[in-house]
Design a protein around this ligand. Structure first.
Ligand code: NCD
Length: 335
């Protein structure tokens, strides 16, 4: 098992199965707090600095809420234009300064490996909230948490999983990190449905293959969706040279009720890291799937709070003290 306390979380390559099991177990212990049955103030007085230099809704807000739910304070910087990075300050200098003000930092940045570079200058743990097209480790952990909980309804687990990854697999950092995590489990089949130009990077494919898993690469939906989990992704327009180039691929792999009923199994669970691009020209995950029990996308987003609470507790060494710092809920809550 890796040492969590005081350490950065930069890549899923840091983890072994035992460490992942620990994170997911601590995440499950966060349920009473996230569902407002009790409060936990184990991080009372601690400060998270949330630095988001790329657009984000779920990751940024759930990092903040996760820290608040453990009793900590959150400071936020959003957009490079609102930071001295835009005046030419280096990531190292920014890290030296911000880490002096914080107990922990979560950061998203458009350049690959930038968060690791920032972490070199930080005196406190740094959690990668997405570094360009490279990785998104906390998303992969919440995806795994979601797969485990969704599959338990069908008496299945992560071992022997049959999963389809679909869409922009070249630029989608969530599918890079998720594939690397899946490679740690047993006998996983991964079907990658994408246009040739947007297929999964070779290094990710070989991580799965070298671990003995079956990988199928295809550019066709028909006949390829009869699986346990479909993980749909957005065309990552911001990583293309132009909007016109991204437009070439939009709308090719739309999933709607008709496609689901024709090609999926009764139990196939639909996941998506969100945001889904609901503009008509993309419509990658149709709203006609909204009433399907197996559409897990909003449960998946909720799980992000649990997993991020767990990572904060582990990085700050309080995972065994949660129940010593509980309080009752004093407001009317409908959760
Ligand atoms: C993803 C991201 O930013 O990598 N979303 C997320 O963090 N939940 C996927 C995306 O933007 O398409």
């Amino acid at each position: 098992m890796i040492k969590f306390q005081g350490n950065h979380i930069l890549s899923v390559s840091q983890f072994d199965r035992e460490s992942i099991a620990k994170i997911l177990d601590v995440a499950a212990q966060m349920m009473p707090y996230a569902s407002r049955q009790k409060r936990c103030h184990v991080l009372d007085g601690a400060i998270l600095n949330n630095l988001f230099f790329e657009p984000s809704t779920r990751t940024r807000v759930s990092f903040g809420c996760a820290f608040n739910l453990l009793g900590g304070f959150v400071r936020e910087t959003v957009g490079e234009e609102n930071s001295s990075l835009s005046k030419g300050e280096s990531l190292y200098d920014t890290a030296q300064v911000i880490s002096g003000y914080s107990d922990i930092i979560a950061m998203r940045h458009p350049q690959m490996h930038s968060v690791a570079k920032f972490a070199e200058g930080s005196t406190v743990p740094v959690i990668n909230g997405g570094d360009g097209a490279n990785e998104h480790p906390t998303q992969a952990l919440l995806d795994l948490f979601t797969i485990r909980s969704e599959m338990s309804r069908f008496e299945k687990g992560i071992d022997n999983l049959d999963v389809v990854l679909m869409g922009d697999l070249k630029h989608g950092r969530t599918v890079h990190s998720l594939s690397k995590l899946l490679s740690l489990y047993n006998n996983v089949k991964v079907t990658m449905v994408a246009p040739d130009a947007l297929q999964m990077p070779d290094n990710v494919i070989s991580t799965l293959e070298n671990a003995g898993h079956k990988v199928v690469l295809t550019d066709k939906i028909a006949g390829n969706l009869a699986c346990d989990v479909i993980y749909q992704t957005r065309i990552q327009q911001e990583r293309f040279a132009s909007k016109e180039e991204a437009n070439l691929y939009r709308g090719h792999f739309s999933l709607n009720k008709q496609v689901y009923e024709q090609y999926c199994k009764d139990h196939t669970v639909i996941m998506h890291p969100l945001p889904r691009d609901s503009r008509p020209e993309a419509n990658e995950l149709d709203v006609d799937l909204n009433d399907l029990d197996n559409l897990a996308i909003f449960r998946q987003a909720q799980n992000g709070v649990l997993v991020r609470m767990a990572l904060f507790a582990l990085a700050l060494g309080v995972e065994d003290k949660l129940t010593d710092y509980e309080k009752p809920i004093t407001w009317a809550t409908n959760k």
